[in-house]
Unconditional design. Structure first.
Length: 188
C-alpha cells in the first residue's frame, strides 16, 4: 500500500502503514482459521467490495449519486426527517460556502441530509430562520418556508427562472423598424 500511495506527509504515511499491518494480520488470521488456500489480492478485493457496499452503515451517509445531473432529484424518501446539514460537513465538497436554495433561489449554506447524495448532487434548502449579517436589515431574523415545503413534498422542484437575456433573433435581423412602421427586411 505504501508503494501505491506516495506521500511526504508523516501522518498519511503512518496511516497507510498501520492499515497495511491491520489488513495483513487480518488476512493471516482469516487464512489460519477459515481458508488455507486463500490468496491475498482476492481476499483484499472482497474486503474492499464489502466495505464499499456496507449493509451495516447508517442512513445518515449519502446514498449513491445519479450521474445524470449536477443536482439530485430529491424524490427519494417521503418518510425521512429531511434534516439540514451545513455544506461544509458534506464529505468531498470543496465548492463555494453557499449555494442557491432549490425553492426560493436565495443563498444558503445548508442542504438536506436525506436528499443530498454526494458533493456533486446537492439539494440546498433554506433553514426555518436566518439572521441577516449585512446591509440595512443587519441583525434581523428572517423566516423561510422552504424547509416546510421541502418536507411536505421532497420531489418538488420549481421551474427554473428564465435568464435576463433577450431571445436571439434570426441572423441579420436586429428587429429594428423604419419610421413608417414597416420592417427593414420587407424591402420598403
Amino acid at each position: 500500500m505504501e508503494k501505491s500511495v506516495l506521500t511526504q506527509n508523516f501522518s498519511m504515511r503512518f496511516g497507510t502503514s498501520m492499515f497495511g499491518v491491520v489488513f495483513t494480520d487480518t488476512f493471516f488470521a482469516h487464512r489460519y482459521s477459515n481458508d488455507q488456500a486463500a490468496e491475498f489480492k482476492v481476499e483484499m478485493a472482497r474486503l474492499a467490495y464489502a466495505l464499499m457496499h456496507n449493509s451495516f452503515l447508517t442512513s445518515a451517509s449519502p446514498s449513491k449519486s445519479s450521474k445524470s445531473s449536477a443536482r439530485s432529484s430529491p424524490g427519494g424518501c417521503q418518510e425521512c426527517d429531511h434534516e439540514l446539514i451545513p455544506l461544509k460537513y458534506i464529505q468531498g465538497y470543496e465548492g463555494c460556502k453557499q449555494q442557491r436554495c432549490i425553492l426560493c433561489n436565495t443563498k444558503t449554506s445548508w442542504c438536506c441530509r436525506d436528499c443530498t447524495t454526494g458533493p456533486l448532487c446537492l439539494v440546498p434548502v433554506c433553514p426555518k430562520e436566518t439572521v441577516v449579517r449585512r446591509g440595512p436589515n443587519q441583525g434581523k431574523t428572517v423566516r423561510h418556508g422552504c424547509l416546510a415545503r421541502h418536507r411536505a413534498n421532497p420531489a418538488l422542484l420549481p421551474t427554473r427562472r428564465q435568464g435576463a437575456k433577450r431571445a436571439r433573433s434570426a441572423p441579420g435581423n436586429d428587429g429594428s423598424q423604419s419610421s413608417d412602421g414597416s420592417s427593414e427586411l420587407d424591402g420598403a
